[in-house]
Design a protein around this ligand. Structure first.
Ligand code: FPP
Length: 262
């Protein structure tokens, strides 16, 4: 989780190496959240079925996860399936479910090797038992890992998450005057995790698409035209370099330099 960890992984004298040297490791985004978009267009550009775009998207997931862990990002959240995605053709939904299961089975050793703790955020009760088995296995296998937290948002809706948290607050008997932002945040799937500092969206779309609506209140947004299956370490590094140039004010003002000698 350092410059060396990344340099040993990227090709020598590469663009990635140049970019990683520009990163200030003391100011890494603690939480990076990604809206992975453009799989369908990637496939269409190649006259391939949409399924091939989703399959190719797995390579981008693998690359981004390993880079984020090597950098020392504390939390990575990837948006893989929204509650709205059930509206897609049954065959596409079924493929996305299979890809998730396959990914978890094939990548679990990589997650273990990098000390990554996996968690699913979203409504798991609406998923089929075979998908839940695979998710639960990955969660329990990685439960004692102390490195990066890796959230896959699956069957996720930001609005539903907020409504469910409100219901939980009521069910727990929390009185209105006792409820504040910290307490409410602790009722969300991301309880105990920092809010995303950096929100990345691929494929050039300028939308938040019902993703982490509470948590992205002050996230810096970085949008790239790159389609998700083409997203690689280089793009994540570019996003972080750009993020580190931003002036984050959280609604305040930038302290002005003191002018002397007037
Ligand atoms: C958006 O592209 C992408 C998705 C809805 C699914 C993302 C899924 C993957 C990257 C593969 C599975 C991931 C895991 C972690 C198992 P789109 O289909 O909306 O693309 P389009 O806007 O170009 O049509």
């Amino acid at each position: 989780m350092s410059l060396e960890d990344v340099l040993e992984w990227v090709p020598e004298r590469s663009v990635e190496g140049e970019l990683v040297r520009q990163i200030d490791f003391d100011r890494l985004p603690a939480h990076v959240a990604v809206i992975m978009d453009g799989n369908g267009r990637w496939a269409a550009q190649r006259y391939l079925p949409r399924a091939e775009g989703h399959r190719a998207g797995i390579d981008a997931v693998r690359d981004s996860t390993e880079l984020a862990a090597r950098l020392g990002v504390k939390v990575l959240t990837l948006y893989a399936f929204s509650v709205e995605n059930w509206k897609r053709p049954a065959a596409e939904v079924s493929l996305l479910m299979s890809l998730l299961k396959r990914y978890l089975r094939l990548e679990i050793e990589t997650l273990m090797r990098h000390d990554i703790r996996f968690q699913m955020i979203g409504r798991d009760d609406e998923l089929s038992p075979d998908v839940r088995v695979e998710l639960n296995a990955a969660v329990s296998r990685t439960a004692n890992n102390a490195g990066m937290r890796f959230n896959i948002a699956f069957n996720y809706s930001g609005r539903a998450e907020i409504v469910e948290a409100a219901r939980r607050a009521i069910a727990a008997g929390i009185l209105p005057e006792e409820l504040d932002e910290n307490r409410f945040g602790a009722l969300l799937h991301t309880a105990g995790q920092p809010d995303p500092d950096l929100l990345i969206r691929t494929s050039g779309e300028m939308r938040v698409s019902n993703f982490l609506l509470w948590q992205i209140a002050y996230s810096e947004i970085w949008v790239t035209d790159t389609l998700w299956p083409d997203f690689r370490a280089r793009h994540l590094l570019e996003a972080i370099v750009d993020y580190q140039k931003r002036d984050r004010r959280y609604g305040g003002i930038k302290p002005q330099p003191v002018v002397v000698g007037r």
